[in-house]
Design a protein. Sequence first.
Length: 335
Amino acid sequence: MKNVLLPLLSTLLILASCTSDKKEIIKLEGNSQGTTYHITYLSNDGILYKKAVDSLLAEIDGSMSTWIPTSIISRINNNEENVIVDDYFKVVFNKSAEVSKKTEGNFDITVGPLVNSWGFGPTTKNTLNKAKVDSLLQLVNYKMVTLKDNKIIKEKPAIKIDFNAIAQGYSVDVIADFLESKGIDNYLVELGGEIKAKGKKENEEWKVGIDQPSEEKSTERKLEAVVNLNNRALATSGNYRKFYIEENQKLSHIIDPKTGYPAKHNLLSTTVIADDGITADAYATAFMVMGLKKSIGFLEKNENLKLEVYFIYDENGKWKTYTSESLKKRIKELH
């Protein structure tokens, strides 16, 4: 699903091995949503839940993947009549509206037409100029889309919804909830670089590595930091993996819904830790749009959200980092 935001396992390297008395270590992996997933959990009964996990991910794809023509979101974008949304769709839509309001539109699921036109969606890239971008901006406003009686109401037919900046974080939550429903309380779920962890391994919290924001295509990734994660979710967004060069300009997949252009500032990557993956994923994208100063200001004004962040940014050609005060005792920088 999430070809727009593609921080694969290479972006967040899981660093742990576990042993536990009377509990078997189960590892699952597979492909879904245009990326990979890796799940590790401690089991009392040794049951493998791969088939169930694959089924859940397929259901989510059938609801929210813009890459599947028959999905609920694709049918809504194509203006089919009487499309009824499912519970997956409703949860993500409502969280998206919440984050959009909080960030004053810096997160916006109606950015779909711009994402497609810039060449980061399922359709063919368009040739853009200022007039075309300004025209597409008339279709971008989360307030023009509402959910009523399990149906999406669009003020303009050409509006297209895009959940790619939030759906993988939510998918991680769905899998985590499934594992907990089976009595599993020690696990780490990773999908496309979004992670949720609970419990411990070898009597210590799970450890997750955060990559340096390198544009190199090497399979070997250098870590910038390692963070302890327990009963929290982590998501990373960056402008260094999914981009292209046009007329000597680097164009990132992070589209600013207010300007219509790829976001341009010195913030290279945002790692957000929250209680759930859907929240972490959405705010990681929003902060990439907002930039360093606005994001820090937002965090200071919204302490009630209980977000923790690790930002990597460029200052005169050198990497610098910003870390939430509450996170400093659980994170180890490697450089």
